[in-house]
Design a protein around this ligand. Structure first.
Ligand SMILES: [Zn+2]
Length: 94
């Protein structure tokens, strides 16, 4: 049975830091694309109940940022083109 907008799904909420009930707010080919936590009401990409990987330390984050800047500088920005299937909301929901 395809998922529909407004359906309840279980997913991992980064704010609640646990599996909570979510409402489907965006669909992609019958799969939840974005969900809203029913506990804290924050929207985020559907994670298929997977917890996010552990936080990287600051040094690695800085390195990654540097690599990203190098990539964008050499390719005119194409390297950071995001997958349309995964809207970039992560930074906002942190
Ligand atoms: Zn939550």
């Amino acid at each position: 049975m395809p998922t529909r907008l407004g359906d309840d799904v279980d997913d991992y909420c980064i704010k609640c830091k646990r599996l909570t009930n979510h409402i489907v707010v965006s669909l992609l080919q019958d799969d939840p694309a974005k969900v809203r936590c029913r506990t804290c009401h924050s929207d985020h990409d559907y994670r298929r109940e997977q917890a996010p990987p552990p936080k990287v330390d600051a040094r690695k984050a800085a390195l990654f940022k540097q690599v990203l800047q190098n990539a964008t500088g050499s390719s005119g920005g194409e390297a950071v083109a995001t997958d349309p299937a995964a809207p970039v909301e992560a930074a906002k929901t942190e």
